[in-house]
Design a protein around this ligand. Structure first.
Ligand code: UD1
Length: 349
């Protein structure tokens, strides 16, 4: 049995690793990297650090407007699917690479399997929301992390092929913590908050980005800010001088281990990332999410994660409020990769 997996952006490399491990000895896996993320520290570092197999195909599509980027990916993916004739296609999450792969597979009548299906922010202005809704509606198997996602799909009339398997990112966090792989990557620094901000609604207007940075500058502890290239480029285009922010230590995008290392050592996370809300939960770190809504609604229970968007001055007090408990079972048992591949094999037989 041959499966093609489509990856392209940083969070997908992370999700691909445990899936690749789960496929070993069971199916032939062919990987297409669209090239959506291409900087060494946005892409290559994950392959090297996690010792992942290099992609079989790399498309070098790069950055661009949504239509241009997605269209270019589709043209190239279609050719490879023609050539490799897989029994199924796997896509992860909600990026433009996800949608491109999903559309091609569906139009070529190749069974489509969506890992991290059923998530909803109910905000169609987010490109990710459009990508995930469309992908879910054309997928044959939908692997969801929790009951809320099953309900989201049911509300849209999607019932067939839905399986709760937990979250594949938990597989990896569990693997890394159980094998003590973070040890060498935990920074010496203490007493800081960790921050990552890259979503359009926080970065695409000068006043908004400036306000976010001004609030972080005023926090009671130092902020270590892992700077996505999109945020860096936009800050520079607005004429914001990041060196003026003396309370914020801007660092390059981090490898998987270093990112978790910073999170592990921090006194809390300030983010608009999807995946890091969960990683903070599993590492028992308070998370303040700079968004109006989250797809990961379970993390909001007991205040482990809190949404702050309009009144950013609340970030400070929210970081102090710790939850009474952390549900160790949130998003599965860390074995979702093998559950998914078994369901895929069963489906294709
Ligand atoms: C994409 C995903 C988002 C995910 C994020 C993780 C979509 C619509 N969005 O957003 O869901 O949370 O990845 O990082 O697919 N850039 C570089 N080097 C790179 C990659 C990007 O400089 O290697 C810069 C470019 O200026 C580019 C911008 O970042 O235009 C945005 O990149 P893009 O891939 O379009 O979206 P992300 O913001 O990374």
């Amino acid at each position: 049995m041959k499966i093609v997996a489509i990856i392209g952006a940083r969070p997908q490399f992370i999700k691909h690793f445990p899936f690749e491990l789960a496929c070993k000895g069971k199916v032939e896996l062919v990987t297409i990297h669209t090239g959506q993320h291409y900087d060494a520290n946005m892409s290559e570092v994950f392959f090297n650090q996690l010792k992942m197999t290099q992609p079989d195909y790399t498309l070098h599509v790069g950055s661009g407007a949504h239509g241009e980027q997605t269209g270019k990916m589709m043209i190239e993916i279609e050719k490879i699917i023609e050539e490799t004739k897989p029994d199924g296609v796997v896509v992860y999450g909600d990026t433009n690479s996800t949608l491109a792969g999903a559309l091609v597979a569906s139009k070529m009548h190749i069974p489509l399997f969506h890992i991290e299906a059923g998530l909803r922010s109910f905000n169609k202005k987010m490109p990710e929301e459009v990508n995930r809704v469309l992908t879910d509606h054309i997928s044959d198997l939908l692997f969801v992390p929790s009951a809320i996602s099953v309900q989201n799909l049911e509300n849209e009339g999607v019932r067939k092929g839905v399986h709760i398997v937990g979250d594949i990112m938990k597989d990896l966090v569990q693997y890394v913590t159980q094998n003590d792989l973070l040890r060498e990557h935990v920074p010496k620094e203490r007493n800081f908050y960790y921050a990552t901000i890259h979503r359009p609604y926080n970065t695409d207007e000068k006043d908004r980005l400036k306000h976010v940075l001004d609030v972080l500058e005023q926090l009671d502890k130092k902020v270590v800010f892992s700077l996505h290239p999109r945020t860096k480029n936009l800050a520079s285009s607005y004429g914001l001088n990041l060196e003026d922010y003396t309370n914020i230590n801007f660092i390059e995008p981090q490898s998987y281990f270093s990112n978790l290392g910073y999170l592990q050592n921090s006194d809390g996370l300030i983010t608009d990332s999807g995946g890091m809300q969960k990683e903070a939960f599993w590492l028992k770190k308070k998370c303040v999410t700079i968004r109006k809504e989250t797809e990961w609604r379970e993390t909001l229970e007991d205040n482990a994660n809190v949404l702050v968007f309009t009144d950013l001055l609340k970030i400070k007090e929210e970081l102090q409020k710790l939850p009474k408990k952390w549900d160790e079972t949130l998003y599965g048992d860390g074995a979702s990769g093998s559950k998914m591949i078994d369901k895929i094999i069963q489906f294709l037989q």
